[in-house]
Design a binder for this molecule. Structure first.
Ligand code: SF4
Length: 500
């Protein structure tokens, strides 16, 4: 799969693994989420035997153990390993059972039908996603190629995904929570392609020289390559790739014309309006401040001000009744309160205890903390609005109060999004981190243990099963620090706008 994205990435992986970029906290969490979903999906096929090797890299013993289990007549194998043409494949679940057609075609008066039905092998690959991507199909095609060519004919191969319409009521009903999708048709169509690509990939790995591959759009598709630290390190300072929010294809059109830095981008380029505001602002070295537009924005805002930020997490396997997979569950908020322009801000917050549905306490505390007058300032209001609307449905007794909160929300992102205030250090982005970096570099997330919403999400999810008291306290302190900085940043950014 790596070789399909880029032969150089495959070569580096096989020969210079030490050059691989460090795995981020977000990536680790995605892997661990995948493992959790995989373990639960095994329960769809209870009673199997696991062929996972005792040592992580001892795959040959896993292949041998799988073969031994098959020879012994084991009919459900987890993590079944196969090898063909030096390609290893580990399928999440391998099951031997009668095919649906065989059962349907057996006449009811044939006595003990099961003894007459020929059992077949079925392979299942589990994904923690709710959709089947092209990469998953190719991955399953490769699995099919390895397994069938190593002597196990497969009656079917399926990708198990999460059903995003599932709503939890009591214990998770596995048959409803997971969707089993046969992909044998696509796997069969891809067999020739897989064979060719495997042979090409083997040539790449065995070659003494690294393939020469220039950086390109393929570095980001279908996944961000983890050798960018190696291939991209020659990018010059103020490279065109530092401009955010532009499609990679448009940047590579410039790059392939020999334009490497922002200063070299001609005025008659085909980039969009915002990108050109950035390019001009960068070339002039000056911010762009539309004082009239900022004043109009500020005039709509009324004291007292509530600077509000929510954190939510999205468990793949719903934890609470009436929730769906990957639903945003709010667990924390930070609130900076400013009574008037002259007064100092005060801080309020809520952070849920782990282990129970946080939504009721979250809402009750929020409604207590916010009085019924003044503007509620958020940065990028979409998430906060969505969460308040879903709380409205869950707690209709508070719907009227929530509606009033929604009416008072002002999105501080707007003057930055519409470029009423633009500074070249924002790099064509209006994310709060870039605004902060440009306007108040002393207030930074860099030294925080939790430095992004996605890490906060993962940290709180991990707390649900954490038993080490010190870790729990530490994580909670880190979460509080992170969310507090979000709203403090808003206070300071707002003050800058107010001074214009
Ligand atoms: S960074 Fe790009 S060119 Fe380098 S190995 Fe990865 S995909 Fe290939």
């Amino acid at each position: 799969m790596r070789g399909l994205q880029c032969p150089k990435s495959l070569y580096l992986y096989k020969n210079f693994i030490q050059k691989r970029d460090p795995i981020s906290a977000e990536q680790k969490a995605i892997f661990s989420r995948g493992n959790n979903v995989g373990t639960i999906a095994q329960k769809l096929f209870p009673g199997g035997i696991n062929a996972t090797p005792q040592k992580h890299y001892d795959y040959i013993s896993a292949v041998n153990k799988t073969q031994q289990l098959i020879n012994e007549g084991v009919e459900i194998i987890y993590e079944a390993a196969f090898q063909f043409e030096q390609v290893l494949s580990i399928i999440d679940v391998l099951v031997k059972k009668p095919s649906k057609e065989a059962i349907e075609n057996t006449l009811p008066n044939e006595g003990n039908q099961n003894s007459k039905i020929q059992n077949q092998w079925f392979a299942y690959e589990v994904k923690s996603s709710t959709k089947i991507s092209q990469s998953y199909l190719l991955d399953a095609s490769l699995q099919y190629w390895v397994i069938t060519n190593s002597g196990i004919p497969l009656e079917d191969i399926s990708i198990i995904t999460i059903n995003n319409q599932y709503i939890k009521q009591g214990a998770i009903k596995l048959d409803d929570f997971f969707s089993i999708n046969s992909v044998k048709k696509e796997a069969l169509q891809n067999q020739l392609l897989v064979g060719e690509k495997v042979m090409l990939s083997k040539l790449v790995v065995e070659n003494l020289n690294m393939p020469e591959v220039n950086i390109g759009e393929h570095c980001f598709s279908p996944y961000n390559c983890d050798f960018m630290g190696t291939c991209w390190k020659k990018a010059p300072k103020n490279s065109i790739f530092e401009i955010m929010g532009i499609q990679k294809k448009d940047l590579f059109i410039l790059y392939n014309q020999g334009i490497k830095t922002i200063a070299e981008i001609p005025d008659n380029n085909l980039l969009d309006k915002n990108a050109n505001i950035h390019i001009q602002s960068f070339k002039n070295g000056t911010p762009r401040i539309d004082i009239a537009a900022i004043k109009t924005f500020i005039e709509k805002i009324e004291y007292p001000l509530y600077f509000m930020d929510f954190e939510s997490f999205m468990p793949a396997i719903p934890l609470y009744n009436e929730t769906k997979p990957y639903q945003h569950i709010p667990f924390q908020y930070s609130l900076h309160y400013k009574k008037s322009k002259e007064t100092r801000e005060e801080h309020f917050y809520f952070l849920a205890e782990q282990g129970s549905d946080p939504r009721k306490h979250f809402l009750e505390n929020l409604l207590n903390h916010i009085e019924n007058k003044g503007s509620i300032i958020v940065y990028d209001a979409l998430m906060e609005r969505n969460i308040l609307n879903s709380l409205k449905k869950q707690f209709p007794e508070h719907a009227a109060q929530i509606d009033l909160l929604l009416l008072r929300i002002v999105d501080l992102m707007i003057p930055f999004q519409n470029r009423s205030y633009y500074h070249p250090a924002m790099k064509n982005s209006h994310s709060i981190k870039n605004i902060l970096h440009a306007l108040i570099p002393t207030l930074s997330y860099t030294n925080l243990k939790i430095s992004s919403g996605s890490i906060a999400m993962i940290a709180f999810e991990a707390l649900q099963t954490e038993t080490d008291l010190f870790k729990i306290i530490e994580t909670k302190e880190n979460l509080l620090e992170y969310c507090k900085l979000d709203t403090l940043s808003m206070v300071k950014i707002y003050e800058i706008l107010e001074q214009q």
